[in-house]
Write a protein that binds this ligand. Sequence first.
Ligand code: TMP
Length: 213
Amino acid sequence: MKIDFPAPLSRFIVFEGGDGAGTTTQMRRLDETLSRAGIAHWMTCEPTAKPEGLLIRRILSGELPRDPATLAHLFAADRNEHLRGEDGILEHLSREEVVVCDRYVLSSLAYQGSACGPELPALLNSGFPLPELLLYFDLEPAASIERLGDRESLEIFEELPFQERVRSAYRAAIARYSDSAMRIVPIDASRPIDEVARKIAEAVGSALGRSLS
Ligand code: TMP
């Protein structure tokens, strides 16, 4: 069946991956790389620091138990505000900035898809425009859990059987989007930080039509 995907947004770049895959560290590295190259950019993430995102954080910490479908709606509401709200993604793109977002639609398809089945997150996320470039950080779930081991407290999704489901759901979502105009670059997140940073700079440079190395 042919799927009609929303058109991708130029200069919009998204990092995706299971917990502990290292996207936060690589967001910092890419921020430095783009600054050095003198490229106007905005680094952002989901869940956001807006009220919708802060509510989500309280649910993820286990402080507020909620039905998985409620969480799917909240992630979509947070995303909508992040995209279309004041000082949001569309506003930054309209100022010709490069926008890099740690997690977006595929996180909902992978996580909420694993928590409450694929239909609801697919429906809630079908209208969001895609990024032009998606970097998927792939890491064995056992290795992600080992990396998370240093943290004092874990969030509700940070356990091995769930991370295994999330990885399969990511793979299924990526296969589904392989016919879309969004470019998907897999990143081997088990590699050393500098090597991963170089690979990301190469992919982002190629999307922006300039060398970042
Ligand atoms: P992070 O800030 O460490 O990436 O944690 C965010 C958590 O929220 C992570 O476990 C993934 C999860 N998440 C979802 O379940 N659905 C979503 O749509 C997003 C953006 C994140």
